[in-house]
Design a binder for this molecule. Structure first.
Ligand code: DGP
Length: 111
């Protein structure tokens, strides 16, 4: 079943785009938890980290590198990257995504 993020990738739903290339797309989170809250998603429909395959190794490296570039381009020097995996962790959209969160002091441990 197509998720909201699949519909954003296809252009069926709009987003506030931050970065795009042939492997991934980044856009602002609709319910930001901090002054900067960006979601970075692969174009490939991977449900979560739970479903990664060996063939995804290069893609995941690409995503991590891009997450750093995107955070720095947003003016951040300190930020948190979060990948929720599974409903109990807080995952609500089952298309793998990296949260890039910053612009305020973040507490630890997470709830
Ligand atoms: P997670 O809880 O880790 O599955 O994060 C899903 C995030 O997706 C959550 O922070 C809210 C965001 N989100 C949900 N629907 C939309 C949408 O239609 N547009 C955008 N930009 N973000 C969305």
């Amino acid at each position: 079943m197509a998720t909201i993020f699949d519909k954003i990738i296809s252009g069926e739903l709009p987003c506030d785009e931050v970065y795009t290339d042939d492997k991934c797309l980044a856009f602002k989170d609709i319910t930001p938890q901090a002054p900067t809250h960006i979601l970075l998603i692969p174009r490939k429909p991977i449900k979560s980290l739970q479903y990664l395959k060996c063939e995804d190794q290069e893609l995941m490296g690409h995503l991590l590198l891009k997450s750093s570039e995107i955070a720095k381009a947003a003016g951040l020097e300190s930020w948190r990257t979060v990948i929720n995996t599974g409903a109990e962790s807080g995952q609500t959209v089952f298309h793998l995504h990296i949260h890039i969160i910053g612009g305020r002091k973040l507490s630890w441990p997470p709830g």
